[in-house]
Write a protein that binds this ligand. Structure first.
Ligand code: ADP
Ligand code: MG
Length: 146
């Protein structure tokens, strides 16, 4: 597990950028954190690191937003509004989860059952005692037993 502290949105963005630069095809990242904590900021950094120029928005009305212009495809999932796993089947999630792009899943705990065997879990938390712009970002390699 790795813990990184940031003290501004720019720092979180730059961490994302580094992750995007290092990402390899087929990797899956899950992103956990309350509203307003910086999930979108980090995701925008990742997109930059993947050399995606298109602006990243939250996939509000679609479960997955696809960006194909970067150095590998970027599949940005937000499964907050998912009703059941059938919806994931319908969009053909396996093609993305086991494909050649980088997968990022917000609210991944809602689809825990279908997460792949290995993924990187990224958590962002505030700690108001350390300041309004402070964020603790932990990254944990998850390896589930089959
Ligand atoms: P989420 O997508 O998790 O709901 P956003 O990324 O949209 O959150 O918003 C995070 C907000 O917090 C932005 O307004 C950003 O400027 C602010 N912020 C303050 N400090 C930080 C920090 N260290 N890292 C990321 N965002 C920060
Ligand atoms: Mg967001």
């Amino acid at each position: 597990m790795q813990t990184i502290e940031t003290f501004s949105p720019e720092e979180t963005f730059r961490l994302g950028e580094k992750l995007g630069e290092q990402a390899r095809p087929g990797e899956v990242y899950t992103l956990i954190g309350d509203l307003g904590v910086g999930k979108t900021v980090l995701t925008q950094g990742i997109a930059k690191g993947l050399l995606i120029e298109e602006p990243i928005s939250s996939p509000t009305f679609t479960i997955v937003q696809i960006y194909e212009e970067g150095r590998m495809p970027f599949y940005h999932f937000d499964v907050y509004r998912i009703g059941d796993l059938e919806e994931m089947e319908e969009i053909g999630y396996e093609d993305y989860f086991y494909g050649q792009g980088l997968v990022m899943i917000e609210w991944a705990n809602r689809i825990e059952e279908i997460l792949p065997e290995r993924y990187l879990e990224i958590c962002i938390e505030k700690d108001l005692e350390k300041g309004f712009d402070y964020r603790r970002i932990t990254m944990k390699e998850i390896q589930r037993r089959g």
